[in-house]
Design a protein. Structure first.
Length: 83
């Protein structure tokens, strides 16, 4: 039986655990591992042998990169002139 995703406080901590990072992105832990393995996210250990952690700022940057990719650049065209 799977556990519900942890609820993040209104002000999420700067350093997130795996489950917190997944909840922050609205996904699951496998996606976080996949994004880390592909190099789209990076993780670190607070101490040798400790569990992986992710920075909230990097998750925010990932969201912005994905959002920018999803939205095509707007090109402004001059309004047609009336003759």
């Amino acid at each position: 039986m799977t556990q519900p995703a942890p609820k993040l406080p209104a002000l999420a901590p700067r350093v997130l655990k795996l489950e917190e990072a997944a909840a922050y992105l609205g996904t699951n832990r496998n996606v976080i591992y996949d994004l880390t393995r592909s190099g789209e996210l990076s993780d670190f250990h607070l101490y040798d042998g400790g569990p992986r952690r992710w920075l909230r700022d990097e998750l925010d940057a990932h969201i912005e990169r994905r959002r920018a990719q999803a939205q095509p650049a707007l090109t402004l065209q001059p309004a047609p002139r009336k003759a």
